[in-house]
Design a protein around this ligand. Sequence first.
Ligand code: NAD
Ligand code: GLY
Length: 350
Amino acid sequence: MQTIEIQTKSRPSTVICGDGAWTEAQTYLHEKDAFFVTDSNVFRFYGEEIKHLFPKARICVLPAGERNKNKKSLFRILDEMLAAKLHRSSCVVALGGGVIGDITGFAASLYMRGTHLVQIPTTLLSQVDSSVGGKTAIDYKNVKNVLGAFYQPERVFCDPRFLKTLPPREIKCGLGEIIKTGVLDGALGEKLLSNAPRLRDLAYLQEIVSDCIQFKAHIVELDETETAGLRKCLNLGHTTGHALELCYGRRSHGEYVMIGMWLESLIAERKGVASHEHSQWVRSLVSLVERRIPVFKNVSQCVPYALLDKKNQQADQISMYVSASYGEGRELVLPAEKYAEYLAVLEKGQ
Ligand code: NAD
Ligand code: GLY
């Protein structure tokens, strides 16, 4: 088990990861006025255990899935918090994947202008990425994460035990954000390439989860609110990834991010920002998990969604963060028509 401290301007956050983190969470929450938020799938697997371990805790169970990351779920949590008479010193606990973590974090930031927040991520994606760093949000009017706040959890408990019940599709989803971190942190990228056969081995993934958290913690400490430009790197592949996710919605967030990284590495190469060798390296990392890039029919319908990306500075320009060379990246801004031309590559797949 490892403890990673994240010192941000708003408040410090402590991440405890590895075998035994769940036991630590139980000790931490033991005397607290805890209010759990989870989803229907996680509740099916862990609800009885939570009720047994925390007999006094209130549990709000939301329907599972990205389509429920909305204002209805947000207000359902807030209504239940009010009904439970939570106060500022109560502790809101997000037990679930990135959807639960993001909505619950947002609710915790709003209720009485901020309550205590603990994240217990139960998906690979939420362990390596979303539970750490304080970004909270809901989707609104078909725009992803457009309403939200930066709100750091006091504690994050990442225990691999939860990954045992995760369907393979969700492991693949988490691998998407792991590959992203591997592209950003060249040493991790090389490690993933040389351990390709072990990427679905949960014991090995424990080590990788900790590598990813440490990388993210460092970025978040330097640029908590994405104002210094540095944190934008965590959005690698996300401009196209989010646009595809909103248009097609059949695959998981992580899979769309991998397809986004694949396409955007091609754009970086064609724009002369990255060498052919480097872009191939990015694509070889993606292909560790996403062997074939699928065909997307009528892909130009994604352009309006890419125009709503939070990184954009002008209404008709699309911004993306691309990997330029080993451990180096930069922002690339394209007019919407030019982006549409590159996007058309996805009509053929690979
Ligand atoms: P998710 O929360 O929808 O979980 C995926 C599925 O797994 C759901 O059906 C869930 O019910 C189920 N599940 C969760 N834990 C389980 C377990 N232990 N066993 C069995 N089933 C389980 O999706 P996700 O991939 O965890 O998160 C995606 C979300 O995270 C997106 O909304 C994305 O925008 C957000 N995100 C946020 C950040 C951030 O920095 N805040 C970063 C990356 C992604
Ligand atoms: N996942 C993007 C970020 O945390 O900034």
